[in-house]
Design a protein around this ligand. Structure first.
Ligand code: ZN
Length: 121
C-alpha cells in the first residue's frame, strides 16, 4: 500500500457534523497523489523543475482559511517523484483536500447519509 498523504485523524474535524468512513482517508490520499502527479507534469511541460501551488487544481478558486492541516508534509516530496517542491505547495494541497472533502460532505448530505465515504469524493 502506498503512503497515506493525509492526516487520518483530522478528516472528521474537516467534515463537521458527519461521520467519516474507514475508506475515506485512503481515497482522499489517492486523489492528492494524483494531483501531485499532475502538478509535476504541468511543471515539466512549463519547463519548471519546481512544482508550485498554481499547479494544483482549485488552489486559486478558494479563499477560505483552513485551520486543520490535512496533508502529511513530509511525504509530499516523495510523491512528487524527485521534482522540487515549492514552499507553498503543502498549503495548496491542503486547500485541495478541503475542497474535495467539502464536496464529498455535500454529496453525502444530498444522499441523506451522515457518513462521508470514499465514493463521495
Ligand atoms: Zn481552500
Amino acid at each position: 500500500m502506498a503512503d497515506i498523504l493525509v492526516v487520518k485523524a483530522k478528516l472528521k474535524e474537516a467534515c463537521p457534523g458527519f461521520n467519516v468512513a474507514g475508506d475515506l482517508a485512503e481515497a482522499l490520499s489517492k486523489k492528492v497523489e494524483v494531483a501531485i502527479g499532475d502538478a509535476v507534469k504541468r511543471a515539466e511541460s512549463n519547463q519548471r523543475k519546481t512544482v508550485m501551488s498554481k499547479d494544483i487544481p482549485f488552489a486559486f478558486a478558494c479563499c477560505a482559511k483552513h485551520s486543520e492541516n490535512l496533508i502529511v508534509k513530509a511525504k509530499i516530496k516523495g510523491a512528487a517523484s524527485g521534482a522540487n517542491v515549492a514552499g507553498d505547495l503543502a498549503e495548496a494541497l491542503n486547500c485541495y483536500a478541503h475542497c474535495l472533502l467539502k464536496n464529498a460532505c455535500e454529496r453525502a448530505e444530498g444522499n441523506q447519509r451522515k457518513t462521508v465515504m470514499a465514493k463521495d469524493l
